[in-house]
Ligand binder design. Structure first.
Ligand SMILES: Cc1ncc(COP(=O)(O)O)c(C=O)c1O
Length: 165
């Protein structure tokens, strides 16, 4: 079945303005169905997530539904989906938490192919703990991250490998 470009474009009102968008992550445009769902959620009474009262239950259901939808999209488990303010903010939170257990001599592996959101939090956590940062290089000719190099980069001292799937 051919990918119906016109139908997909039509789902995104902002694309009707005629701009060309090159940044698929930071410059994400929003589908009309999402705009409507967010507006609907914000029009309804919600509160802190709680089973004790209706607005709280609505908030619980909204978050559970969003996690289930993302898991469905990615073929993942809802319990493995974390929602937050941004990829960078979430990664900083995780890096601070994991980095608190690192010691000098520990190693973390980051890549030169990744967006800074998945590099700088780990580098700074390593600096704070005295861990060593090791870099995976990408092949400028292909734009790929050769997997073979990880055989050398990952050692018994490795505490974390950060690479975007
Ligand atoms: C490829 C890529 N990854 C990650 C990010 C970081 O995302 P966030 O703005 O949610 O921290 C961006 C932001 O533009 C991006 O373009």
């Amino acid at each position: 079945m051919a990918f119906d470009v016109a139908r997909v474009r039509a789902a995104y009102p902002a694309l009707g303005e005629g701009f060309v968008h090159f940044d698929g992550a930071g410059g994400t445009q929003t589908a009309a169905a999402v705009v409507e769902a967010v507006a609907g959620a914000m029009r309804a009474a919600t509160g802190n997530r709680s089973t004790a009262f209706l607005p709280g239950r609505r908030a619980l259901d909204l978050v559970a539904g969003a996690r289930a939808a993302v898991a469905d999209l990615l073929g993942a488990q809802p319990s493995g989906v974390v929602l937050g303010p941004s990829a960078t903010a979430l990664t900083y939170t995780l890096a601070r938490t994991l980095g608190a257990g690192w010691r000098p001599g520990d190693e973390v592996v980051v890549s030169r192919l990744d967006h800074d959101a998945n590099v700088r939090p780990w580098v700074q956590a390593a600096q704070s703990s005295g861990a060593t940062v090791r870099w995976a290089e990408f092949d400028p000719a292909t734009g790929e991250l050769p997997a073979g190099q990880y055989a050398d980069l990952v050692t018994e001292r490795t505490r974390l490998v950060a690479v975007t799937a």
